[in-house]
Design a protein around this ligand. Structure first.
Ligand SMILES: [Zn+2]
Ligand SMILES: [Zn+2]
Length: 91
């Protein structure tokens, strides 16, 4: 198992999960950029993209995220897991 995915969503991950069917701990199962299994390949390029912009897929359930850009970065919303936010690192 790998745990080397980007921490792009860390700041939003403390939201209480009010959906009983979903465990409180969000597992990173899918790549937030390409939506493929996180353990399937290294996703090196994906991680670079995720440092520069919002994710496309929920890392827990692979749903397409609704992404809104904010002044500091972005807010991505999964219908099931709620909002995740992050800042965009510009070189
Ligand atoms: Zn990927
Ligand atoms: Zn989700």
């Amino acid at each position: 198992m790998t745990s080397d995915l980007p921490a792009a969503g860390d700041s939003g991950w403390s939201d209480p999960d009010t959906l009983g069917a979903i465990p409180p701990v969000r597992t990173v199962t899918y790549c937030g950029h390409c939506g493929e299994s996180a353990s399937k390949k290294s996703h090196v390029l994906c991680r670079q993209r995720l440092e520069q912009g919002p994710p496309q897929y929920c890392p827990s359930c692979r749903r397409r995220l609704t992404v809104n850009e904010t002044a500091e970065g972005w807010v991505a919303e999964c219908k099931k897991h709620g909002e995740t936010s992050g800042t965009i690192t510009r070189a």
